[in-house]
Design a protein around this ligand. Structure first.
Ligand code: TRP
Length: 326
């Protein structure tokens, strides 16, 4: 199993409930590789010192959430040179037409019109290299990345047809919609770490007061009845969050708040979320104070990743006809 997250911006409780927590559940069942995709991050302008800081912080967050560096391979993408090397080969199996049709490329080209660089267009090919290097069967991603995983499949099949069986063809694992956490200010939108409205997202780093304040201001409706329904997207979102963090079903949450008003309900959602976050924050703080431990853990991760990646790349270089001295 392979997945990665870019070290851009803080993780939200949506990333936690939708991605990180699923990884925790999978780390003992699958051979898991989790990368911090710093090479993807520089396809949009980054402040170097900030990128470096976020990379370590993200590693500390994962470990604080319970990712076990013995059970899975946690590493930084740029520590393993084969990503860039395989990307180059895969570029020759990718058509400009298909890369330029990717929805995210089109969106980002609009958003960063002053910086439509080659890396932005090559982004999904680098992502295909990530996945194919580790012979992943499954790639858990958000729905917005499904198209990229499908491109990785197409590239793998194309390479295999051209050069003979080399890559395993990966499958996206898209998280169910129920787990999707929406913006607290506009439940029509996904909760996003880059939302302009500071009250839209709750971050894993938010302290208790901030968490409480954001939930207090969350958008609901006027009928003061805690029930999930399509007509009540704000309340439904809060119920989903409560259920995800209290470890119960939405029905159980509805029953718990029957006859209670929104004020009391929002307070309970905030407290439940803050209770889950505080031990994670304490552990993240402890880890960040131990720079040596973090650096060692990431180096060990990179070494384990390198072993697998090198094998795959050797095979690829042989297949395409690069002279290997024999
Ligand atoms: N592009 C992914 C995202 O922004 C991150 C990513 C990079 C990734 N490489 C990957 C996800 C490989 C899955 C597999 O969410």
């Amino acid at each position: 199993m392979y997945s990665a997250v870019q070290p851009s911006g803080n993780l939200t409780i949506g990333n936690y409930a939708g991605a990180v927590r699923n990884w925790l559940a999978m780390q003992n069942e699958y051979d898991c590789f989790f990368a911090i995709a710093d090479m993807h991050a520089i396809t949009v302008r980054q402040e170097p010192a900030e990128l470096r800081r976020r990379t370590v912080e993200l590693a500390a967050t994962y470990l604080a959430c319970g990712l076990d560096p013995e059970a899975c391979v946690l590493y930084v993408q740029s520590h393993v040179p084969q990503h860039a090397e395989l990307c180059w080969v895969l570029n020759t199996c990718t058509y400009v037409g298909e890369a330029s049709r990717m929805t995210q490329f089109k969106d980002k080209s609009q958003k960063h019109a002053e910086n439509i660089n080659m890396g932005l267009m090559d982004y999904p090919v680098l992502m295909a290299a990530d996945i194919l290097l580790y012979r992943a069967d499954y790639v858990p991603v958000g729905a917005d990345q499904k198209q990229h995983v499908e491109l990785a499949r197409d590239i793998a099949l194309r390479f295999n047809n051209r050069y003979g069986e080399t890559f395993r063809v990966p499958e996206p694992l898209i998280k169910r919609d129920g787990a999707s956490i929406r913006s607290l200010q506009d439940p029509a939108k996904k909760m996003s770490k880059s939302d302009e409205n500071p009250n839209a997202a709750v971050f894993l780093t938010d302290d208790r007061d901030t968490v409480m304040r954001k939930f207090k201001r969350a958008v609901t409706d006027s009928d003061n009845c805690v029930r999930a329904s399509a007509e009540k997207p704000g309340v439904t979102n809060l119920l989903n969050i409560y259920a995800a963090f209290a470890g119960c079903t939405v029905e159980e949450a509805e029953r718990a708040f029957e006859g209670k008003g929104y004020g009391e309900f929002k307070l309970a959602v905030g407290e439940t979320v803050a209770d889950v976050l505080s031990p994670i924050q304490a552990e993240q703080k402890r880890l960040l104070a131990d720079k040596k431990f973090l650096a060692d853990a990431l180096q060990k991760g990179a070494e384990r990743a390198y072993k697998v990646a090198r094998k795959t790349l050797d095979k690829v270089y042989r297949k395409v006809g690069f002279y290997r001295g024999e």
